[in-house]
Design a protein around this ligand. Structure first.
Ligand code: HEC
Length: 215
């Protein structure tokens, strides 16, 4: 009986532990291989997880969220159909929060690296104040984003995005005006009167709360 239940490998004989509880004795059996393997795997995983997600090797949870939002936004765009490329479309976007959210998702994934996640500016200019280098009217957002200002480091986005997507970006960037970024870069270029002051990116939820399927 005892040989049948012991898989101890210490010597030929099964090894009995010293304690005895009401006559019940216990074999010193090694832990099953599959159990030990899972145990070590959890330790390795616990080390790799923070290295990947918290020490900058992989994307942060927020970056992943932004890329998923962008993917979802791009999928929604296919359903949206083309939009008229003119100033009234860009101005009208200011009162369409769902479309502004699509623009914001694209902005955070592609533009935040140079303009800051909240548009406060970094390598690129602050997009939240009343001063612009290349913008005089809402339509200029479209033109500048589409063609870029390549000589000054602003890439052209026409190879990556179609006109409808660029309109959404333009509407979102226009809506940044008048918002309060965390670390604003000093104004550059010329100050403009608040001609498109109806835009309110501040009115958007701070974190995306609209499920991609609802956009
Ligand atoms: C590699 C850095 C970089 C990236 C990425 C970038 N920009 Fe820019 N952007 C710049 C720079 C630099 C300027 C200033 C150009 C100049 O001095 O004329 C600029 C200017 C602009 C302007 C005009 C601002 C003004 O004051 O004239 C807009 C609008 C703009 N970017 C929108 C965007 C959008 C939208 C995206 C993402 C789709 C984006 N940018 C991505 C660097 C960047």
């Amino acid at each position: 009986m005892s040989e049948l239940h012991s898989n101890s490998v210490r010597g030929a004989q099964p090894v009995l532990l010293h304690h005895d509880v009401d006559g019940i004795r216990e074999f010193d059996n090694p832990l099953p291989g599959w159990w030990t393997a899972i145990f070590w795997a959890t330790i390795v995983y616990a080390l790799l997880y923070p290295m990947y997600y918290h020490w900058g090797i992989g994307p942060t949870v927020l970056t992943e969220l932004d890329s998923s939002m962008t993917e979802a936004a791009e999928a929604q765009l296919a359903k949206l159909g083309p939009m008229q490329v003119d100033e009234s479309t860009i101005v009208a976007l200011g009162s369409e929060p769902k479309k502004l959210l699509i623009g914001r998702a694209m902005f955070r994934t592609n533009c935040a690296v140079c303009h800051g996640a909240d548009g406060g500016g970094a390598v690129g200019p602050n997009l939240c104040d009343d001063s612009y280098i290349n913008i005089k009217a809402p339509m200029d957002f479209f033109t500048v984003i589409r063609a870029g200002v390549v000589a000054k480091g602003m890439p052209a986005w026409s190879p990556r995005y179609n006109d409808t997507q660029i309109l959404l970006l333009a509407g979102y960037v226009a809506s940044l005006r008048g918002s309060t970024p965390s670390t604003p870069k000093p104004p550059q270029g010329d100050q403009h009167p608040p001609a498109w002051s109806t835009f309110k990116s501040d009115a958007l939820p701070v974190t995306p709360t609209v499920a991609p399927s609802k956009l």
